[in-house]
Design a protein around this ligand. Structure first.
Ligand code: CP
Ligand code: NVA
Length: 310
């Protein structure tokens, strides 16, 4: 079953073809109204169910509109509106939804909810973000960098900030796409220090990825092609004050952007918290690609859905 749960589990060839398809589908519908179906719709009424245990703006709207553009349809529910929220098991929910829909996207608190669902589902399952990773986001991010002319096989990407679920998917993508990944996160907030994501860097390195970890923000930024960050307080994090204190030296500002390559791209998956993880001038500046990045969720996920259903 072609589940899209972790980029580490999908072949480099398949990830490359998903990205190529995302570029092609975006180009093919240029100028069309946003709700119209693609010139050659890939689906014929296939239905994606979406279950949200946490808030979402981009993931929800992009998947819904993406299914419409593909010629499919979607059904959305908050987990708290389902019997899941009253104790029905993930396994039973998976078996029942598999009778109604062609694929299921889940945004969960615990990653095990998604893997547990996939174990019992007869249809593909897509990870719409968990405490472990956020694979759809990174496909959109890589599409955005390629649109800006970057060759991922020779690029250097720098992550500066919290060692969180979004970073985990960059780590998982590194061996498949070949980019060098530099990571700068404060002690206490490093990917390897979190039991949920410990070992991901070693696994990516074992597959040949070049990952430089525990760098200072200056070392990470030096000549990099992209500086990337995310909010300092993710959904579910409870230690807000401590995080902000630890992460303040890791803010991306104009001075740090100047240390990167000329015309380096700034990425952020959004939502952004201005004057925390980045200054407003960086977020709103000419090197920021965050709005294209958000739009590309739509195109990248359409390609993911097609891959899952093909
Ligand atoms: N970047 C992202 O996943 O946004 P949402 O939480 O709004 O879906
Ligand atoms: N790291 C963030 C990403 C939000 C899209 C979170 O998990 O809340």
């Amino acid at each position: 079953m072609p589940h899209f749960i972790s980029l580490a589990d999908i072949s480099a060839t398949d990830l490359r073809s998903i990205l190529d398809d995302a570029h092609a589908m975006k180009a093919a519908r240029k100028g069309q109204s946003k709700g119209s179906t693609d010139p050659t719709p890939a689906l014929n009424g296939d239905t994606l169910a979406m279950i949200f245990e946490k808030a979402s703006t981009r993931t929800r709207f992009s998947f819904e509109q993406g299914m419409r553009q593909l010629g499919g349809t979607s059904i959305v529910a908050g987990a708290d509106q389902m019997q899941l929220g009253r104790g029905e098991s993930v396994a039973d929910t998976a078996r029942v939804l598999s009778r109604f829909v062609d694929a299921v996207m889940i945004r969960s608190n615990a990653h095990s909810t998604i893997t547990g669902f996939a174990e019992h589902a007869d249809v593909p399952v897509i990870n719409g973000l968990s405490d472990h990773n956020h694979p759809c986001q990174i496909m959109a991010d890589l599409q955005t960098l390629e649109e800006r002319g970057l060759d991922l096989s020779t690029a250097t990407l720098a992550w500066i900030g919290d060692g969180n679920n979004v970073l985990a998917s960059f780590v998982n993508a590194a061996p498949a796409f070949g980019f060098e990944l530099r990571i700068s996160s404060p002690a206490g907030y490093r990917l390897d220090e979190n039991p949920i994501t410990a070992g991901l860097i070693a696994a990516a390195r074992a597959k040949g990825a070049v990952i430089k970890n525990s760098l200072s923000p200056d070392e990470a930024a030096d000549g990099a092609d992209a500086l990337i960050t995310d909010c300092w307080v993710s959904m579910g994090d409870t230690d807000k004050a401590e995080r902000i204190a630890a992460l303040t030296p890791y803010q991306i500002d104009a001075a740090l952007m100047r240390k990167a390559a000329p015309n380096a791209t700034f990425l952020h998956c959004l939502p952004a918290y201005r004057e925390q993880e980045m200054t407003t001038d960086v977020l709103e500046g000419p090197q920021s690609a965050v709005w294209d990045e958000a739009e590309n969720r739509l195109h990248a996920q359409k390609a993911v859905v097609k891959w899952c259903l093909s």
